[in-house]
Every structure is written in structure tokens, then in C-alpha cells.
Design a protein around this ligand. Structure first.
Ligand SMILES: Cc1cc2nc3c(=O)[nH]c(=O)nc-3n(C[C@H](O)[C@H](O)[C@H](O)COP(=O)(O)OP(=O)(O)OC[C@H]3O[C@@H](n4cnc5c(N)ncnc54)[C@H](O)[C@@H]3O)c2cc1C
Length: 309
């Protein structure tokens, strides 16, 4: 067991975690962060971030995350590039286990984010970020006057497809069935859009590319295995996200998909445990909203600690 009892342990090092770290450090809470298996979070996977305020020319995702870390460390955030294996939230101080060692804290701020669910089709790994994306708000503007496909049949797929018509010359929605999970209003909006075509009974079998990036996909009809080729320079996979909460082992209330539920401001169902960013956010999923929530969680934790005294 580590001897010191921390005011705050922050779990996760995306924009939410580093912002919580910055605020907690500046509030003299002596915070400790476990950065996790992907130090820097999801933005480490992207080359250009053009919608985070303060960067008029845009900035590379990894570079931005390094700057956030540097800023928080300057005020005293202590960062360990390690994964939290499990936690015990039954009593305070809370316990956190990392590589078998036990750490204790009065409050926890959970910022473990979410992962987009990918299709896993042939050629996908190589084209991630080179034409295949899971975020239209983030990457749509890179496909002006180009043909794009969107994979999925739920509200997110309809919303992404409709949004992408602002940039693309044509958007084709690919869905493996002819029944849609999307609400009628979202489906109708997409289906009636002049730039959108919907292809049902198709799933992506293989991504096609050349040296410049994505060029298309081979689509398979699951009913008879027949193959069709579609051309596109951009593809957006919109089949859902998975929040990273399994290490909490059901000690905090989540929704049916595993997203942490806020009970009071950023506080969770466990008093003294706060959560911020994509791990609670089913709607916005942006760096700036995650950072904003990280700030809120830190201020909530600080005020809660004050109230305990
Ligand atoms: C390819 C791509 C491009 C994107 N582009 C943009 C963009 O241009 N603009 C924009 O605003 N948004 C963009 N996004 C979305 C944005 O990245 C997320 O909304 C944002 O990163 C969420 O921040 P977060 O802090 O909640 O979590 P994340 O960034 O997901 O970070 C989660 C952190 O938790 C850590 N972690 C997980 N489990 C554990 C554990 N057990 N112990 C310790 N740590 C753990 C991980 O290591 C990681 O550091 C993009 C996303 C992707 C995937």
C-alpha cells in the first residue's frame, strides 16, 4: 500500500482528465493521475484537431495532448502512465489498485472515456484516420465535394449522414438489414435528403485503398453473399460507442450501455466519486466538452472536500 492519502486521484488522461488535473493542481489538492493504457486518450489517434478553441491553424492530436499534460504538470499534477486495475468504492478513503499496489484517495475523478465500435472489416486498421473515421463532427470537413459512406442504422448514423451532406457531394448509408433502429423522424430526414442514398442488406466485407487513402469498399449482401463495389474517399462508422467502465465492477450506477450516470452535478451514485468526459457523455463526445466537464468535476470535488471539513 502507498503511504500517502490523496485528496484526488484522477483516472484517465484525455482532455477531461488533464483539465481536471490542471484545476485540481491549481487548487492545491496535490492530485495524482493514472494515465492508463492510452496516455493522452482518443486524440492520440488523430492528426488534425481543427475545432478546439485557441488553435487558429489547427493542431495535431498528440501535440495538443502533450501540451495539456505539460500545462497540468507545471502546476504540480503527478502523472503515472499506468492502468487502474480495480477500485473499492464501498468506504472512504477509496482504494485504487495499480499493478498490484494499493493507493487511497478521498475523492476520485473518473475520466476513462469511451471507444468507438469499429467494424473489423479487412483493411480497416490501415485506413483508420486515412479516410475511415468514427466522428463526423471531427472529420466531416475533410471531405468537401467528395463521396462518403456512413455505416449504421441507428439515430447516430442518420444524424452523421445528414450532417455530412454539408460537405459531401453524395452520402450513402449502408445498413445490414432493412429494419432501422433510428427514430422515424431521424430516418425520414435522412431518407428524404436529395444527397443521401440508403442501401439495405449490405455490410462492408473489405476496404479498398491506394497510396493516397481510401477509395471504396466491397459490400456483401448477407442474404446471398453477393458482392458489390462502392467508391468513396471517406467512410464514417456509426454503430455505437463503448464507455470504459468495466474496471468499476458495477460499483457505480451506469445506464444500460455502461455510461456513468451523474446524480448531482458531476457526482456519481457514490458520494465523493466524480466523472467527466466521454465516459458519461452519450451526446456531444468532443474534446472541448470533455475538457469542460473535467473542469466541473475538479471544482465539484474541491467543494465536496471542503464540505467534509
Ligand atoms: C480518431 C478520432 C478523432 C477525433 N477528433 C476529434 C476532433 O477533431 N475534435 C474533437 O473535439 N474531438 C475529437 N474526437 C473525440 C475526442 O477525442 C473525445 O471526445 C475526447 O478525447 C474525450 O475525452 P475524454 O477525456 O473523455 O476521454 P479519452 O480521450 O477517451 O481518454 C480516456 C483516457 O482514459 C484512460 N483509461 C481508460 N481506462 C483506464 C484505466 N483502467 N486506468 C487508467 N486510465 C484509463 C485512457 O488511457 C485515456 O487516457 C476524436 C476521436 C477520435 C477517436
Amino acid at each position: 500500500m502507498s503511504d500517502d492519502l490523496r485528496n484526488v486521484i484522477i483516472i484517465g488522461s484525455g482532455p477531461a482528465g488533464y483539465t481536471a488535473g490542471l484545476y485540481s493542481a491549481r487548487a492545491m489538492l496535490d492530485p495524482l493521475m493514472f494515465a492508463g493504457y492510452m496516455s493522452g486518450g482518443q486524440l492520440m489517434l488523430t492528426s488534425d484537431v481543427e475545432n478546439f478553441p485557441g488553435y487558429p491553424q489547427g493542431i495535431g492530436g498528440p501535440e495538443m495532448m502533450m501540451q495539456l499534460r505539460e500545462q497540468a504538470e507545471r502546476f504540480g499534477l503527478e502523472v503515472e502512465d499506468k492502468n487502474v486495475e480495480r477500485v473499492d468504492l464501498k468506504e472512504r478513503p477509496f482504494k485504487v489498485w495499480v499493478e498490484g499496489q494499493e493507493f487511497r484517495a478521498e475523492t476520485l475523478i473518473i475520466c476513462t472515456g469511451a471507444e468507438a465500435i469499429w467494424l473489423g472489416a479487412e483493411g480497416e486498421e490501415e485506413q483508420k484516420g486515412r479516410g475511415i473515421s468514427t466522428c463526423a463532427t471531427c472529420d466531416g470537413a475533410f471531405f468537401r465535394d467528395e463521396e462518403i459512406i456512413v455505416i449504421g442504422g441507428g439515430d447516430s448514423a442518420m444524424e452523421e449522414a445528414t450532417f455530412l451532406t454539408r460537405f459531401a457531394s453524395k452520402v450513402t448509408i449502408i445498413h445490414r438489414r432493412d429494419v432501422f433502429k433510428a427514430s422515424k423522424v431521424m430516418y425520414d430526414r435522412a431518407a428524404s435528403h436529395p444527397k443521401i442514398e440508403i442501401k439495405t442488406f449490405r455490410s462492408v466485407k473489405k476496404w479498398l485503398s491506394d497510396e493516397k487513402g481510401l477509395t471504396g469498399a466491397l459490400l456483401e449482401d448477407p442474404r446471398d453473399g453477393s458482392i458489390e463495389q462502392i467508391e468513396c474517399s471517406g467512410a464514417f462508422i456509426a454503430i455505437g460507442h463503448k464507455p470504459i467502465t468495466s474496471f468499476l465492477e458495477d460499483q457505480i450506477e451506469t445506464d444500460e450501455s455502461g455510461y456513468i450516470i451523474h446524480k448531482h452535478n458531476t457526482m456519481t451514485s457514490v458520494e465523493g466519486v466524480f466523472a467527466a468526459g466521454d465516459v458519461v457523455d452519450t451526446r456531444y463526445r468532443q474534446a472541448i466538452t470533455a475538457a469542460g466537464m473535467g473542469c466541473q468535476a475538479s471544482i465539484d470535488a474541491e467543494r465536496w472536500l471542503e464540505d467534509q471539513e
